[in-house]
Ligand binder design. Structure first.
Ligand code: SAH
Length: 362
């Protein structure tokens, strides 16, 4: 038994395989054992060393003193009428985040958070209203995938991952990329980069860094406006990294021959949904290998905007399509359980901390 004051043991689920190999090798454990461990934890969802039957008995007995396997705690879940399910994941410090399972064909999608809250404060996003509480660790980011995969029996199958939950992934760059490398490990979940999408407001230095990564996910840029003044208001990060710089960074971004960068565009009635907006959008994206994803606003009482009519959305889409842009309108999934884009917000975190304290004191 470790003393209660000792630093927590390293968590296998938050370590890249090479780091775990180095750690265990210093205790005389060979690298192939680490491959076995990865398969148990990620590909099979087993966290109890005693059940890892292909490890030697003595190794099974010695591992608990060296490493641990965190177990993501699912504190609640809600299922939408369309099958979309939102998991409330409780972290070690009692804070809570949300992760969403979106069943779809050809592949199911996991929507994952990268931060508790978000610092970007986009004018139409509920998560932004929470502010940023803290970054998630790689283990916590991977932990959401583990929780979803085991809740929906998908440990051994293929799924897509979108970093479109709470938070701005490029504002938590190190841990996000580390998590993606762990998720991509061929001995673990083996998620290929083309099944992963990072969605960002467009933090330009981080975009340039991402452009040089070996594990290169798909890129989605949350544009939402066609003039600097309009975007300054809707996406405050624009005051630092302007549309023009973001588009330039996208021109520099290495896009594989048949791939495209997605531009997300939240549609707000009477704000950014005019024909002129559509034409400006066409001009902005000229010459880029892109597709545009229109997201009609998911409304909420505290958001001072409304969703345009379907006719308006379709007309906007038609203007883009007529100029040969690939365009899609995002289906809004899980709106009845507030699991749709921009609707992830966790209430009652304080209460939960207070409850835990009360439990400790009784
Ligand atoms: N921080 C990342 C991920 C955010 S969530 C980013 O900004 O890209 C994914 C998408 O949902 C973003 O494009 C975001 O702007 C959008 N979104 C936020 N609030 C929304 C709302 N209320 N309705 C529709 N989409 C929203």
């Amino acid at each position: 038994m470790s003393s209660p004051h000792a630093a927590p043991l390293p968590d296998i689920a938050g370590l890249e395989r090479a780091a775990l190999e180095a750690l265990l090798e210093s205790h005389g454990i060979e690298p192939y054992r680490v491959r076995q461990l990865f398969r148990w934890v990620f590909a099979r969802g087993v966290t109890d060393f005693a059940l890892m039957t292909d490890l030697s008995k003595s190794l099974r007995a010695s591992l608990p003193a060296l490493v641990r396997v965190s177990r993501p705690l699912v504190a609640g879940s809600e299922r939408s009428s369309d099958g979309t399910t939102k998991l409330l994941v409780e972290l070690d410090d009692g804070r809570r985040i949300e992760s969403v399972y979106i069943p779809d064909s050809p592949g199911d999608t996991f929507c994952i958070s990268t931060q508790v809250g978000c610092a970007m404060k986009c004018a139409f996003c509920l998560t932004g209203k929470m502010g940023l509480a803290r970054n998630l660790t790689a283990g916590e980011i991977v932990g959401q995938v583990r929780a979803l995969a085991s809740a929906f029996g998908l440990t051994a199958s293929r799924f897509n991952i979108v970093l479109m939950g709470m938070g701005e992934p490029l504002h938590n760059y190190e841990e996000t990329m580390k998590a993606l490398r762990i998720l991509g490990d061929t001995e673990g979940f083996a998620v290929p980069p083309r099944r992963v999408t990072i969605s960002t407001v467009g933090l330009v230095p981080a975009l340039d860094r991402l452009a040089r990564e070996a594990y290169m996910p798909n890129l989605a840029v949350s544009l939402h406006a066609t003039t600097e003044a309009q975007r300054d208001m809707l996406v405050p990060a624009n005051r630092k990294y302007r549309i023009e710089e973001i588009i330039d960074a996208c021109r520099r971004f290495p896009v594989r021959r048949r791939d495209r960068i997605t531009f997300e565009y939240v549609m707000l009635a009477g704000v950014n949904d005019s024909r002129e907006d559509a034409r400006r959008l066409v001009r902005l994206l000229d010459g880029l290998q892109v597709k545009v994803n229109l997201i009609p606003l998911n409304e909420a009482a505290s958001i001072p905007f409304s969703r345009p009519s379907d006719e308006r959305v379709n007309e906007f889409a038609r203007i883009l399509a007529d100029r040969r842009l690939t365009v899609s309108v995002r289906k809004s999934r899980g709106r009845d359980i507030r699991a749709a884009c921009g609707q992830l917000i966790v209430e009652g975190t304080q209460k939960s901390a207070a409850q835990r304290l009360a439990e400790l004191l009784t």
